[in-house]
Design a protein around this ligand. Structure first.
Ligand SMILES: NC(=O)c1ccc[n+]([C@@H]2O[C@H](COP(=O)([O-])OP(=O)(O)OC[C@H]3O[C@@H](n4cnc5c(N)ncnc54)[C@H](OP(=O)(O)O)[C@@H]3O)[C@@H](O)[C@H]2O)c1
Length: 216
């Protein structure tokens, strides 16, 4: 059985957990305050879930999902995630995360920042442009007409492939945006961000993306 280590147990972490358990995964989920604060969530998720510290969740996962506010990304444990695929749901909200000039100026991407922090992991962007509540309700079987599509992006083919497989198991088609340097196309305020779109529409919306510039 495959175990997913989930770092962050809020809107997205809890919904990814719910959907992944329904798809047959075991999950180990964590937050910043400690596993005892996750008793209600774990009871709700059932026997395929347990709560742990972030270190333990990272250690336990065959792969991991990082879904904390971006401002906390440097606290994500590095050593237990080495060699593992890490799915990054993070988005940049300057109102919450503080101003990050390299993102404001289109010189970096959210997931490239996490990749540099997790230097020995294989980071792939995932679940960043779907509202948390839709993760458990919008999935449909492969081949369904107008199936919802989600984007991924990674510097590692196997990481993008894993996201592709997970999306499919949870009911979504995948569009691979390419390396993390291109993942700005699916970040906040771009046409593909948090709208329901099928694969064809997602490809079109990614092509319409316009990057912020240092002079804007
Ligand atoms: N909400 C959405 O629909 C949505 C959609 C797509 C992407 N996203 C992005 O996904 C990320 C998570 O969003 P969210 O809405 O799920 O946030 P959230 O509801 O605020 O939950 C954040 C979670 O991260 C935990 N956390 C914070 N710092 C941590 C640390 N240092 N180590 C371990 N866990 C830590 C928090 O634990 P404590 O409560 O114990 O502090 C909480 O469980 C954000 O970047 C967000 O922009 C959100």
């Amino acid at each position: 059985m495959t175990t997913i280590g989930i770092i962050g147990a809020g809107n997205i972490g809890s919904q990814v957990a719910r959907a992944a358990i329904a798809a047959g995964y075991d999950i180990v989920i964590s937050n910043s305050r400690g596993p005892e604060t996750l008793a209600d969530l774990v009871a709700d998720l059932g026997p395929k879930a347990r709560a742990a510290t972030a270190e333990e969740a990272a250690e336990a996962g065959d792969f991991a999902v990082v879904t904390v506010p971006l401002k906390a990304y440097e606290s994500v444990p590095v050593a237990p995630l080495a060699g593992k695929i890490v799915i990054d749901t993070n988005n940049y909200y300057f109102e919450r995360d503080g101003q990050i000039p390299a993102l404001d100026n289109g010189l970096d991407t959210v997931s490239s920042m996490l990749q540099r922090h997790l230097v020995d992991s294989k980071v792939a962007k995932g679940f960043n442009h779907i509202m948390a509540k839709d993760i458990t309700t919008d999935g449909t079987p492969a081949g369904t007409e107008n199936r919802r599509a989600l984007a991924t992006s990674s510097d590692f083919e196997e990481a993008a492939e894993l996201v592709n497989k997970l999306y499919d198991e949870l009911g979504f088609d995948t569009v691979n945006v390419g390396p993390l340097s291109e993942s700005w196309r699916v970040e906040r305020d771009q046409p593909a961000y948090v709208v329901r779109q099928n694969k064809h529409e997602l490809v079109e919306n990614l092509a319409k993306a316009e990057r912020a510039t240092a002079t804007a």
